[in-house]
Design a protein around this ligand. Structure first.
Ligand code: SF4
Length: 352
């Protein structure tokens, strides 16, 4: 039987586009339609990405101590979340952390720092780290995520060998001022424009579960399509204690899966990455979500633990997928999300 969602997928595969009404229909589909939804989105996923999963690894270069007030963020001004706080890692520490992720199966290293945006000296540091990383791991893809960029900074990162730059829009423009007041939606879009102009691959995504409506989720996805984001991290709010969003639980596993399906319909050929909150919110549907999304973070997030990296790799392989750019076999067991107490900023080895 051909479902409504299968018809949408067929239209998109023939060169058409999902409409806002299609996207809303996905979000509002009855739960009993979940498998047809996944099957339809899976056709698009396999058309563009086959059975590959891209594995990314986060290195938090500078943790906490941020002057911005993003309400969802454990590193924000005013957050009492009990996270690790530290200033810049050295190049050696960064290489050590990134190496753990790369040996664990990642092909992209995402180097992130807290803060409104980098100084020119910060750009120099990241440039040095990138050059050192590429010398040791010539195949690595480097993504930087350093906040709002000033003129010329994206070009300097590009010249140092940075491949991509992440700056999430996070939510719909119409919801943005409810989640942060120290910068504007326009500031964020401006940085994505600078990234594109410098020839870096733009990575921009969202966080679901910030009090947005279905229509605002659709608005955010169409904005990302318009911005031409190459990779789209879909985060699910982790409501840290000590932040304004503590105790905000708006998401169910099925809701998260529908959000990923919508993202695939709207941006069929883009890297859809299941990002922060994967384990906490998708729970037992994580594996099914790989039928829709084609990218994950390995192991830990910036300030919270992910499931064991070996469990991530096992999940990929158990479900018939292969890791993009890596052939090694891994196996392992699972863990539960909790505050990160290992890797960068600690004496304990990273989760990879
Ligand atoms: S999201 Fe970035 S800019 Fe916002 S508070 Fe967190 S670290 Fe600072």
């Amino acid at each position: 039987m051909t479902t409504e969602f299968d018809q949408i997928a067929t239209r998109i595969l023939a060169g058409g586009q999902a409409t806002e009404a299609d996207a809303l229909a996905v979000l509002q589909a009855p739960d009993a339609e979940l498998m047809p939804l996944v099957a339809a989105a899976g056709r698009l996923r396999r058309e563009h990405f086959g059975n590959t999963v891209k594995v990314n690894y986060l290195v938090n270069l500078k943790s906490g101590l941020c002057p911005e007030n993003c309400n969802y963020c454990s590193q924000a001004l005013g957050s009492d979340a009990p996270i690790l706080k530290y200033s810049w890692l050295s190049t050696d520490e960064t290489l050590q952390q990134a190496g753990a992720g790369l040996r664990g199966g990642a092909t992209r290293v995402c180097m992130v720092s807290s803060g409104r945006g980098p100084s020119n000296r910060d750009i120099d540091k990241v440039a040095e780290m990138t050059e050192a990383l590429k010398e040791e791991y010539p195949e690595v893809e480097v993504c930087a995520c350093l906040g709002l960029l000033k003129d010329g900074q994206a070009e300097r990162l590009k010249a140092a060998g940075v491949d991509a730059y992440n700056h999430n829009i996070n939510t719909a423009e119409s919801n943005h001022d409810n989640i942060v007041q120290t910068h504007t939606y326009g500031d964020r879009v401006d940085t994505i424009g600078k990234v594109k102009d410098a020839g870096l691959s733009p990575c921009s995504g969202l966080i679901a579960g910030l009090g947005e409506t279905d229509e605002q989720l659709v608005e955010a996805l169409f904005a990302l399509k318009e911005l031409d984001s190459d990779s789209i991290p879909v985060n699910f709010l982790m409501p840290f204690d000590g932040t304004p969003f503590e105790n905000t639980w708006e998401l169910s596993p099925i809701r998260c899966l529908k959000i990923l399906v919508m993202a695939r319909f709207v941006c069929p050929d883009r890297e859809i990455r299941i990002a922060g909150g994967r384990e906490m919110h998708l729970r037992s549907l994580q594996a099914i979500a790989l039928q829709v999304a084609n990218s994950i973070f390995l192991g830990d997030y910036l300030t919270s633990e992910g499931q064991d990296a070996k469990a991530d790799i096992a999940m990929i392989r158990d479900n018939g997928f292969v890791i993009l750019g890596a052939e090694d076999e891994f196996a392992g067991d699972s863990g539960e999300p909790s505050i990160r107490r290992r890797g960068a900023g600690t004496e304990v080895p990273a989760n990879a």
